[in-house]
Design a protein around this ligand. Sequence first.
Ligand code: FE2
Length: 288
Amino acid sequence: MIPNQVAEHHVEVCEKIISDALQKANVSMKDIDVIAYSAAPGLGHALNIGLMSAKTLAQKYNLPLVSVNHCIAHLEISRCVTDAQDPVLLYVSGANTQVIAYDSGRYRIFGETLDIGIGNFLDSFALAMGLGFPGGPLVYELSLKSKNYIELPYVVKGMDVSFSGLLTNIEQKLAKGMKKEDLAFSAQETVFAMVLEVAERAMAHCGKNELVLGGGVGCNIRLQEMAHAMCKARDAKCFVPANQYLVDNAAMIAYTGLVMHKSGISHELVKATIDPYERTDEVPVSWR
Ligand code: FE2
C-alpha cells in the first residue's frame, strides 16, 4: 500500500460510505449518539482521514467523540457477537499477529509475531507460487489437495512467533520443485500450529477457558478446525465470529466506541488525535 494513495482513496469514498451506512441502517444523523473513530494503530495517512471525518461530524452535529484502538476493537466485537465473556483473542490478519487477553485493567499482548503478520506470510507465499492475491483463501484451496506433510521450520520463541525465515525456506523448496499443494498444506499446518500453541499457553497462563478468533485469517476453515480441536482437548470453548466481524470492519470501531462512551469516556474535540504506533496494552481499559 502506498500511504498517499490510501489517503486519497479514503477522502474519495468517505462521504459515500457514511451516507450508505446510514441508509442501510435506516437511520439519520439525528439518531446518532456518539462518533467513534479508529485512532491506532495503522497507517498515519489513513488514520488521519478518519480522524478528520470524525471531527467534522462531531462538530457539525455536536456529538461526543471517542477514539478507539483497532486491536482492542477486534476483541470487543468478538465479545459482542459471540457468547465469549473473557476470552483470549487470537488476532490473525495481514499486518497483525497477536495473542491478546484482559488482565488487571489492560488488554495485554501475551505473544506476537517478531516480523511479518501471518496474513502477510500467506500472501507472500501465494505470490511466490503464482496464485494471486489475497493469498489466504487460495493457499487454503490448494492445501485441500494434499495430506503430505513436509517438515518445515517451526519458529516459536518463548511466546512469540516468526514467519520470515519460514517463508524463505518454503521459497527454496518451491525452487527445488517440491509440489505446491504439499507445501500449501504443510505451511498452513505449521503456522496455524505455531499461533495456536502460543494462544493455548496464554489460556493456561491466564486461567481462561475461552478462545476467540479475530482478523481476516480467522476466516480460514483449517485454522478454525485446529482452534476447535485445541480447545476441545483442554475443555475450553472456541468462538468464531461471522466473517464480516473477523475481517476489519467499521462495526467493531462503532461498537467499542459506544461501550467506552457508556462508561463515561469522551475525547475533547481539539485534543482528539491519532497514534499509529499505539500498543494494545497502552490503553487503560476503564470500561470493563
Ligand atoms: Fe484488523
